[in-house]
Write a protein of this length. Structure first.
Length: 369
């Protein structure tokens, strides 16, 4: 194997792939990237056995084709440290990878290509195209609500629900729920609803790879995998083998109290009140009355915070407590100037939405303070 490639053409796919490669692996081969040079293309693959990523670069010239596996992060660090206009030679030499640029030479260790895990090309059930910006929004709008290392393993990821020409993502950690809807106009998605659970790392990694453009991402869903392909990469992830909770039952119904508030004003008030909330429970109490929302927080040191906020509300007075961190997370995710909060009483969760766009919905459960 031998090729000549520019720094930019090599570094870009390396940076994409290295995000998947863990720094500490139980299997040495998983710290390596698989580099395959064909007649007109160079592909780089990284995997942790749960998530696999393939990215491509275009060599300036190919002397001989072939494949090697070499430490991913070391190669990336070498490539990154070279001058911007550098041209790099990659060559298999005496069972090591020679990386040469100008007067610089590096020789990296190799492991057998046959030891590198190969992903099975399984048949898919559903395929559809979606703008990268739309798919990224579906993930970013709800990812903060995914559980982390929960014993209920099916919560450590996000639900992707496809069918009836729409797509929906849902995440919950048992205390809050986030839901985002999108529309599908192409692909085999007119049939019944299909649900898959993408693991947390896969969801986070996919969001990192996607951009905010209208460039197409082709999504493929199977019984135990999801795959997303673009012009720059091919992402694959195993699915969580479990049943996601019936999230429809978590969404409160019959809320008869509704307020409209400035998102930035409400967020800033929550942030300030959180400073004097309990470090253990992060509780804040809301007192809602005619055109006024009062926030109160205190801690075991007998310190108190109180905020008054003008809101658009004319219903009955309500008193309810929340984990202020959960409320701040929702405010950070929403991008609208104004938000709508729907509630029914102190014992039921509240629904938070953008006033101008109900595609995303957030449920935060109350807490006793």
């Amino acid at each position: 194997m031998e090729c000549i490639i520019s720094k930019e053409a090599l570094l870009q796919p390396l940076q994409l792939v290295t995000g998947v490669v863990e720094r500490r692996q139980t299997l040495p081969i998983l710290s390596n990237a698989l580099i395959v040079v064909s007649e007109d293309k160079l592909s780089i693959t990284g995997t942790d056995l749960e998530v696999e990523l393939v990215a491509w670069g275009t060599p300036q010239s190919v002397v001989t084709t072939g494949a090697v596996t070499t430490p991913a992060r070391k190669l990336m660090d070498i490539c990154r440290s070279l001058p911007d206009e550098a041209v790099i030679q990659l060559k298999l030499e005496e069972n090591r990878l020679l990386v040469k640029s100008g007067r610089s030479r590096y020789r990296l260790s190799l492991l057998p290509v046959d030891d590198f895990p190969q992903t099975e090309q399984k048949s898919s059930d559903i395929e559809f195209p979606l703008a990268q910006s739309a798919l990224k929004n579906l993930i970013d709008s709800i990812s903060f609500a995914m559980a982390q290392q929960d014993v209920r393993f099916y919560l450590n990821g996000l639900l992707m629900e496809v069918g009836e020409n729409r797509i929906r993502t849902v995440a919950t950690d048992g205390h809050r729920l986030a839901l985002c809807n999108g529309e599908l106009v192409e692909g085999d998605v007119s049939g019944p609803i299909t649900q898959v659970i993408i693991p947390r790392k896969g969801a986070v990694e996919l969001s990192r790879l996607l951009n905010d453009s209208d460039a197409v991402a082709n999504v493929t869903m199977g019984a135990n995998f999801v795959r997303v392909g673009t012009d720059d990469f091919l992402f694959s992830s195993k699915l969580v083998d479990g049943k996601f909770p019936d999230y429809q039952n978590v969404i409160p119904t019959g809320g008869d109290k509704e307020l409209i508030a400035e998102r930035r004003l409400l967020k800033d008030s929550f942030v300030r009140a959180s400073i004097l909330s309990s470090d253990k429970f992060h509780g804040v109490r809301l007192y809602l009355s005619d055109q006024l929302l009062k926030l109160k927080a205190n801690n075991p040191e007998q310190e108190e915070a109180e905020e008054d906020i003008e809101v658009d509300y004319s219903g009955d007075a309500v008193e309810i407590g929340f984990n202020v961190t959960y409320m701040i997370d929702v405010m950070n995710t929403l991008s609208s100037d104004k938000i709508r909060i729907t509630l029914s009483g102190p014992d039921n969760g509240v629904i938070i939405e953008r006033e101008d766009n109900p595609d995303a919905l957030y449920v935060v459960m109350p807490m006793k303070i």
